[in-house]
Structure formats: structure tokens, C-alpha cells
Ligand binder design. Sequence first.
Ligand code: UDP
Length: 468
Amino acid sequence: MAPSSSESPHVVILPFMAKGHTIPLLHLTRLLFLHRSDIAVTIFTTHANSPFIRQSLHDTKASVIDLTFPQNFHPEIPQGVESVDKLPSQSLFIPFAVATKFLQPEFERVIESLQPNVSCIISDAFFPWSLDIALKLSIPRLDFAGCSNFCIIFYDILMCQEFLVDSDDELFSLAPSFPNIKLTKNDIEPEFTHAQPGEHTDFYTDVFTATNKSKGTIRNSFYELEPEFVDYWNKEKPLEAWCVGPLCLAATKVVSSEKPMWIQWLDEMSEDKNCVLYVAFGSLSEITIEQFREIAIGLENSGEHFLWVVRLPSEDEFMSEFEERVKGRGLLVKNQWVDQAEILSHECVSGFMSHCGWNSVLESICESVPMLGFPITADQHLNARMVEEYFRIGVKVVTRNGSVRGFIGSECIENKVKELMDIEGEKGKDMRKNVKKLNEKARNAMVEGGSSWHTLNLLIDEVICKKT
Ligand code: UDP
């Protein structure tokens, strides 16, 4: 790897303190070094998040600088809690995101003193405050939004036009030329509909305002995945969307001396390939105990094999009895960090019941695993729609009264699991064929000459490393 010099382009990266936001930016860091070996990269984070980032990039020459939150930076956030997965409740997500502005003065002081001079700031979209510094120091800011183009376009229209969505028809009228994804009002979080003005809506308005004043926006997606939406954005908006993903394909395999217990368990299933449903709801999702039980009953009644990675606040009798009953065909991994890509790539795994966080959708595509969407919040409802109706690589749950949001009964979970895992059925075959096709397209996009490879090269030449 060529050393960086005082002449080298120097990129500063600001990942938001949530695993789903940080991980793709770490993959992007690796890619930058692959494309330009003389580049310097400095990542700004905080003390509590630093070990994860340092460990992930230990074999690169990225520098990591830790910023310090002031004492008691928010009355409801305990001292030392510096990432959203550690918050006492996800209702503090937005207050936490807003409070990151306390990092701004130190960030500005340090960035001015960095050598080589900073040529570009790649900031998570959730740090709108980084725009002020970029403008003040005349450094181009690229905004990183790890969502689909489809989702960003909708949110952008809703936020920037202050569109008060009253009916599903009105939602359609926003972008009539889009392929028919049957979005309903319920798919959109209230803060994006201006229905409940307040801290959430103000925050997202700031986010989209900063995006629109940035030099460009980096998307963890690839052109062939959602061409209509990328074209739409680049035609309608003055700032370009650079699709450089799926970034998970730039991940390095973690080599450990001993296989984790859940991989050993999957190995034992190897006799009967394609038989295990992987169940996981990302790094943040909060599931009520009642919903948890319903999922458990649905899984049990489906008769399928499953590996369930679960974030559980507490254990009870129901849990232990359930584990006992499904022993042999169901494994629960409780409150542990797993290597999700490793699980999805296992030959036994042939379905993924997921909250449809955007990273999980991309990771599933990159391992050709069809999905059962169980969206909970944020962009997940939109992603689940895409999975079922646009990519046609999965199915999604519905509530007992047919609406998209709310309590999901065990009978729906049981039926949808059976539908997903029916590898010989017409629908099962179709989903698997479609996800395999997308997988090939994803891999082609990321290799030399592919669309994402080409886009990243252009981005590096035209913005990141451009001499002003
Ligand atoms: N992840 C993981 N192990 C875990 C939990 C999550 O590797 O135990 C990773 C997952 O592979 C993905 C990210 O964390 O890359 C979660 O992002 P996603 O967008 O799917 O969901 P979020 O957590 O942001 O809701």
C-alpha cells in the first residue's frame, strides 16, 4: 500500500453511532484504499465506539480520532452511553442524534489541524451539523444515507415539500412514474408525513436540508437494483446520487480459531441442506414480549428448522419451555453479536426472517437468501415492500386486520414461514431464482468495470480527491 504524503488526498469519515450506519462506512473505507492506495482516511468517532471501528479496520492504515461528549450531554442519556444500541429505550434515538451536535466544536478544531489537508468529508446524513463546518472550511461534504434510493426519494419529497399525506392516493400522486410499489400511508413513519410536528420532524428536515446543500450523496445500493429510482433522482435533483454498493461485498471474512456455537449447530444440519430459517431483527429493534411469544409460537407451529438471534431484555418461563420444546430443530442465540454474513452464507440457510433493515436486505441478496419481511420501524416498511413487490425475492407479514403496522399473529408467521421455506413450491422457486439473479448483478456491479466500481472511481476523481 502506498504511503500517504502531504500531497495525498485526505478523506474524513463521520459514521453515526449505530451498527447499521457504521458498518457500511467501514466497508467503504476499505474500498477507498483499494481504489486509491495513496489516500489518507481519518474516521471520527467517540471513545465508546472506537474499539469496534479500530478492530474492524486494524489491517488498514485508517486513523481513528475519538471525540468526547460533554458531561451530561442529555438529561435522559446515562453517562458513557454513546451509541443508539446502548440507549435505555429507542424513544431516545432522535434526542441522541440531535445531541451529537455537541461534538461539533471539537470536530471543527481537530479537522482544521489535520495533515494532509482534508479534501472531503463523508458524513452520515444524521449529522446535519457537519455541513456548517464543511461550508466554513470550504471542504466538499458528501452525505451518506445507507438506505435505498426509493426510500430516500420518498422521504426527500415528503420532508422538503412538507407534504401532508392524507390518503394513500395522495402518496401515489407524489411520484406517478414509479414502478407500482403499493405504498400506503401506514408504510411511512408519522414524522415524515408532517402529521405530528416536533423534534423528530425537525430533525429529519435538518437532515434533508443538509443533504440537499451537500456536494453529493453516497448510496449503499447499485444501479441495477433500482435503476428507475437512481435515474429519477439524478434527473430531478441537482446533487448527484453515487451508488457504490452493495458495500457488504467489500467486507473481509473474520477468521477465528474456533467456530461459534451457532455455526457448529448449522454444520450439524448440513446433511439436509437448505433447511434452516435464520431469524434476526437487526441491532436495534425493540420487540414486545407479547410479540416475541407470537413469533415463537409461529416458528414452533411451522415445523421448520430455525436459528433465532434475539435481543431479549429478560427471560421467563415461557422462553425456557419454548426452547425445550423446539430443541433439536430450533436454536436461540440470546443477546450476542453474531457475524450475520457468516450465517447467511452457510449452505443450510435458505430463508431469512428479518426486520428488513437495508443492510440486512443487501446482505440477504448477496448470499442469495430469500426473505420474510417483518418490518418494525424507520425505512423497514418500505424495504419490505420492495422485497416483496419490486425485487420479488420474498414475502412479508401482515396484521390480523390486513394492515401493515401492528401486532402480527402467530398464524400469519407460521403460514409465511412455510411459504418462504417451501423450496419446491412455485413461489419458493421464483423467489430463489430472482434473488440469485440479483446476487449476480450485485457481484458484477462491484468488480472492476462494474457499475458501482465505476461510480466510486468517478466519485474519487471528481470529488474526493479533486484538487481545488
Ligand atoms: N449485525 C451483525 N450481527 C448482529 C446484529 C447485526 O452482524 O448480531 C449487522 C448486520 O449484518 C447488518 C447490521 O448489523 O450489517 C444491521 O443493519 P441493518 O440495516 O440490517 O439493521 P439495523 O440494525 O440498522 O436496524
